[in-house]
Design a protein around this ligand. Structure first.
Ligand SMILES: Cc1cc2nc3c(=O)[nH]c(=O)nc-3n(C[C@H](O)[C@H](O)[C@H](O)COP(=O)(O)OP(=O)(O)OC[C@H]3O[C@@H](n4cnc5c(N)ncnc54)[C@H](O)[C@@H]3O)c2cc1C
Length: 418
């Protein structure tokens, strides 16, 4: 019996840990096209001003030894013959009995009319090191995209002393994660700290003028030394494109992280999962989902039977001096109840979205205390009608929650997926 894992990110690590819960002996082979141990992508920014990879490793070498994993690094999967259960690498063929796919996502880099130079991206070590090398003689950097990576990269480059121009097509940064108010607060914070933020605009074309780049926007023309695209990511599905694997916005998986093909599982950024609150399948490319999905798949591949926890988007980050946590659904429908408070002086914003008495989304800015309680209330699907005002005003602690509710939360912690 041989398990083969494609990928070495958070989902792959979750799968290894899941498999070894039930199966301590059978062979696990891990194949990854990158030539390094698993690393944490939220720490990737550190690679811009340090040389050693070690501080961003997600697991060390001992981890693979301990879990009896044979690693095949620097090997790229090209295609799969699912009927014969054979993986085709560039220069090798590997047979599997159970397959776990965790190829993650790749950068979405747009074509810019008239531009033939390099457009950098920032989704893996290779791209981060390439950007780092190019920064040596570049001062003015244009970043395209106001999502999580674009905003954090702007902050990082600004702190490194670069002049940063952040170009965003929507009215505010992080518009897909939060809501209008969150974007407004963060737009102000970014501008206050010295990043040039250009909103509601797009790059029309660009041309190289010697070592400089002239970017023509809808309303402006700017000159910069480098362009970095942070315009989101898309699932890395190329090895499976001409196969019978069911793929939509990502590889389709059920609650057990099974694909439509027998003995083939998948998790993480490469998948499309069921979002309970949106009542639809979507790609939620965040680390906790990748790890939990991998763990769930690992348990099921090795003979267990568990379902993936309720899946929803969740983000925890700090943009300059503003701390923020968002979870669940923040764009309410007409039938949802929305509670919020805003203190502009203290830069505090709290918002709760409630459906049928149950918490389905929360955003905390500035004051992020007790985010864990809110997250557990969402996960447990508990009625919060009697404590909603206390939750909004952050006047509640775990022991003030009615006993039945507390029991539900504890049960989830002790029985749930790691
Ligand atoms: C800069 C940055 C910051 C982020 N910040 C956050 C954050 O703050 N919070 C958060 O929750 N999430 C964050 N994320 C997202 C998070 O890192 C991802 O959701 C998570 O890494 C997904 O894990 P994964 O295992 O699905 O894929 P990945 O971690 O992308 O791993 C994919 C693996 O597959 C391998 N692979 C791909 N194709 C092949 C192939 N053909 N053959 C062999 N191997 C292959 C790759 O080498 C890699 O090992 C961030 C991402 C980036 C890029």
């Amino acid at each position: 019996m041989r398990y083969v894992i494609i990928g070495n990110g958070a989902a792959a690590i979750g799968a290894i840990e899941g498999i070894r819960v039930n199966d301590k002996e059978n062979e696990i082979i891990l194949i990854s096209k990158e030539n390094c141990l698993s690393y944490s992508k939220p720490q990737l920014y550190k690679m811009l001003n340090q040389d050693s990879l070690e501080s961003i490793y997600y697991r060390d070498e001992e981890f693979y030894r301990f879990h009896k994993v044979t690693t095949m690094l620097n090997k790229c999967l090209k295609s799969v013959d699912f009927n014969k259960k054979i993986l085709l690498l560039e220069d090798d063929k590997i047979k599997y009995d159970k397959l776990f796919i965790a190829t993650g996502a790749k950068a979405n880099v747009p074509q810019i009319k008239g531009f033939e130079g390099e457009i950098y991206s920032f989704t893996n070590i290779e791209e981060a090191l390439k950007l780092k090398e190019s920064l040596v003689n570049k001062d003015k950097i244009a970043i395209l995209g106001g999502g999580l990576i674009g905003v954090k990269l702007s902050e990082y480059l600004h702190k490194m002393g670069k002049e940063v121009i952040l170009i965003v097509s929507s009215e505010g940064v992080l518009s897909s994660i939060g809501d209008q108010k969150i974007s407004e607060i963060l737009n102000n914070e970014i501008i206050e700290k010295g990043v040039k933020l250009l909103l509601s605009t797009k790059v029309i074309e660009a041309k190289k003028e010697g070592s400089k780049i002239e970017l023509k926007l809808e309303k402006d023309i700017i000159v910069c030394d480098a362009i970095v695209s942070c315009k989101g990511v898309k699932p890395e599905i190329f090895p499976f494109e001409k196969t019978e694997l069911s793929i939509n916005h990502g590889i389709k998986v059920d609650e057990n992280m099974k694909t439509n093909i027998e003995d083939v599982y998948a998790a993480g950024d490469v998948t499309e999962v069921y979002n309970h609150f949106e009542n639809s399948y979507c790609n939620i490319p965040i680390l906790p989902n990748a790890y939990s999905g991998g763990y769930c798949a690992g348990i099921n591949m090795s003979g267990g039977d568990i379902k993936m926890d309720t899946i929803y988007p969740m983000n925890s980050l700090q943009i300059f001096d503003v701390q923020m946590i968002t979870m669940g659904l923040l764009r309410p429908s007409e039938k949802d109840e929305v509670l919020y408070l805003f203190n502009s002086e203290k830069k505090i914003y709290r918002k709760l979205v409630i459906r049928d008495g149950k918490l389905i989304g929360a955003a905390l800015l500035g004051d992020i205390d007790r985010a864990g309680i809110l997250n557990n209330l969402i996960r447990n699907n508990l009625d919060i009608s009697s404590i909603k005002d206390e939750l909004l005003n952050n006047k509640i602690n775990f022991y003030a929650i009615p006993r039945k509710m507390r029991e539900g939360i504890v049960k989830l912690y002790t029985e749930g997926i790691k």
